[in-house]
Design a binder for this molecule. Structure first.
Ligand SMILES: [Zn+2]
Length: 130
């Protein structure tokens, strides 16, 4: 397990917004063409709700943006820095700012109504990798 402090430039959203609810079949039985809520063979619901990652969210990335979760929030944006616990910062670091309007625009495109300008900025947080 390693501990680190990461800084990203982006926004904070609710962790739940990384997921969507979809309806999937409750069993694998082939169904006759009838309207029913329960399978006539096994009695399970025809459709059950399942929570799945939203489109584009996979392995800590959302359409190429870095994503880290922290308690009930998710932070989405461009990874700026990662400092491992116990390591020095390297003495001096410099990074050019990215094109902020382009970054905002792309985040808005990806997050839609989950994007809030008021939380756009640098977010630093401690993470633990297991
Ligand atoms: Zn069934």
């Amino acid at each position: 397990m390693s501990k680190a402090t990461i800084t990203l430039l982006g926004v904070r959203i609710d962790k739940d917004d990384l997921y969507v609810k979809i309806n999937v079949r409750g069993c694998d039985h082939a169904l006759p063409d009838i309207e029913a809520f329960f399978c006539p063979i096994c009695g399970k619901p025809i459709l059950v709700e399942k929570v799945v990652p939203r489109e584009g969210y996979e392995h800590g990335e959302l359409f190429g943006f870095f994503v880290v979760t922290y308690f009930s929030y998710a932070y989405v944006g461009m990874l700026i820095n990662r400092i491992e616990y116990g390591q020095l910062t390297g003495g001096y670091q410099f990074k050019h700012l990215p094109d902020l309007d382009a970054l905002r625009g792309r985040l808005k495109e990806v997050l839609g109504d989950k994007y809030f300008e008021v939380v756009f900025g640098f977010h630093s947080l401690d993470v633990k990798d297991t």
